[in-house]
Write a new protein. Structure first.
Length: 319
C-alpha cells in the first residue's frame, strides 16, 4: 500500500540555536545532530556537537526522541538516514520523522526503506541547482509502497540481526582504538627519552589518479575518495600498507593493507619506518589539518602540511 512520508508521523526540520547565546552551549547535555553524525551508521549514539538544557527547553518544538528517523536533505550527503536513540535536536539540514505511527510502519523498517532511496532523494532534490535540497513540503509528500506489518517485522528481524553483529564488532574496534590512543599518549609523555622525526623525512607521499566518480558498485578493490567510507572499483593502483588521508572535503585518516585505488585528491602515505606511530600522529593531527586547510569553497590540505607532521621516537629504536 502507498503512503506519503507525512502519513508515517510528524515531520520536523531541525534548526541551529544561536551561537551568540552562550547558555545554549555551556553544557553537553543533549546531542545536536548534524549530517556528519549520520554517515555510515544505523543508530546515532553520539554527536560531534552538543547543546544545553536551556537550548532544548527553548526549542522544545524541535525535540526528537528515541526511534525517530532522521534524513539528511541538503548537499552531497543527501539521503543519509539514521535512527535517533535519545532525546536530542538536529540542525536545519535534517528532516526528521517523529511520533511514528506503529500501526502503519515500524521505525526500523522505515529506516531500512529510506536507506535504499539515496539515489532517488538526489534525483528529486537536484532541480538543476548546484546545491541539491529537499524542502520539508517536498519531503513529507514523497510516496512509498510499504509491506504489511508482519513482513516489516520479518525484514527488521532478518536485517537487524546482521546489523547488530556489525555494531557489536564496531564497538569492539572502538574500544581497541581507545586502548591504542591511551598507549600512544603514555608513549609521548616520556619527553626526556624522545627525539623528533618529520613524516616527510621517511615517507613516500603520493596521490591517486582517478576522478571520484570512477568507482564501480561491484568492484573487488577498495576505492578511497574524500568520503568517510570507501567505495569499490575494478582495478588497483596500490598494493601496500598505507596511511590514507582524504585531501579535501571530508578530511579524514584511514589505514589499509593490500590492493586498492584512490581519488586524485587522496594522499597515500607509505612510511619506510615507524608506520604505526605516524598513523597515530596523523589521527591526532586531523583537527589541526582541518583548521589549516585552504580554499574558500572546498577546503583542502597540501603535501607540505603532511610532511611536517612529527612523531617522537626513542633514540635508536626500531618500532
Amino acid at each position: 500500500m502507498k503512503y506519503k512520508i507525512k502519513d508515517f508521523g510528524k515531520i520536523i526540520t531541525g534548526t541551529t540555536p544561536s551561537t551568540k547565546n552562550k547558555e545554549y552551549y555551556n553544557e553537553s547535555k543533549y546531542m545536536f545532530v548534524g549530517p556528519t553524525d549520520l554517515k555510515g551508521i544505523r543508530l546515532i549514539m553520539s554527536s560531534e556537537k552538543y547543546i544545553s538544557e536551556c537550548a532544548m527547553n527553548d526549542f522544545s518544538n524541535r525535540q526528537l526522541n528515541k526511534d525517530d528517523i532522521v534524513v539528511d536533505c541538503i548537499g552531497s550527503d543527501m539521503g543519509d538516514v539514521a535512527v535517533i536513540t535519545q532525546k536530542c535536536m538536529t540542525n536545519q539540514q535534517i528532516n526528521a520523522i517523529t511520533n511514528i505511527n506503529n500501526n502503519i510502519v515500524l521505525p526500523l523498517y522505515l529506516y531500512y526503506l529510506l536507506s535504499t532511496k539515496k539515489s532517488f532523494f538526489h534525483l528529486i532534490g537536484s532541480n538543476g541547482s548546484t546545491m541539491p535540497i529537499i524542502s520539508k513540503s517536498l519531503f513529507e509528500n514523497i510516496e512509498f509502497d510499504i509491506h504489511e506489518l508482519p513482513i516489516q517485522q520479518h525484514i527488521v528481524d532478518t536485517i537487524g540481526t546482521v546489523d547488530n553483529l556489525i555494531e557489536n564488532y564496531e564497538l569492539q574496534i572502538a574500544r581497541f582504538k581507545l586502548f591504542s590512543d591511551s598507549v600512544y599518549k603514555q608513549y609521548c609523555e616520556k619527553e626526556n627519552e624522545l627525539s623528533v622525526l618529520n613524516l616527510g623525512d621517511c615517507c613516500e607521499i603520493k596521490t591517486g589518479k582517478l576522478n571520484a566518480n570512477e568507482g564501480s558498485e561491484n568492484g573487488i578493490y577498495p576505492f578511497f575518495t574524500c568520503s568517510q567510507t570507501e567505495s569499490n572499483i575494478d582495478n588497483f593502483a596500490f598494493d601496500t600498507k598505507a596511511i590514507i588521508i582524504a585531501g579535501n572535503g571530508d578530511i579524514s585518516v584511514k589505514y589499509y593493507e593490500g590492493k586498492f585505488n584512490a581519488y586524485q585528491r587522496t594522499y597515500v602515505l607509505t612510511p619506510t619506518k615507524y608506520l604505526c606511530l605516524f598513523l597515530k600522529e596523523c589521527e591526532n593531527n586531523i583537527s589541526e589539518l582541518k583548521s589549516a586547510s585552504r580554499g574558500s569553497v572546498i577546503k583542502f590540505i597540501t603535501k607540505d602540511m603532511l610532511c611536517k607532521i612529527k612523531i617522537k621516537i626513542f633514540d635508536n629504536a626500531e618500532i
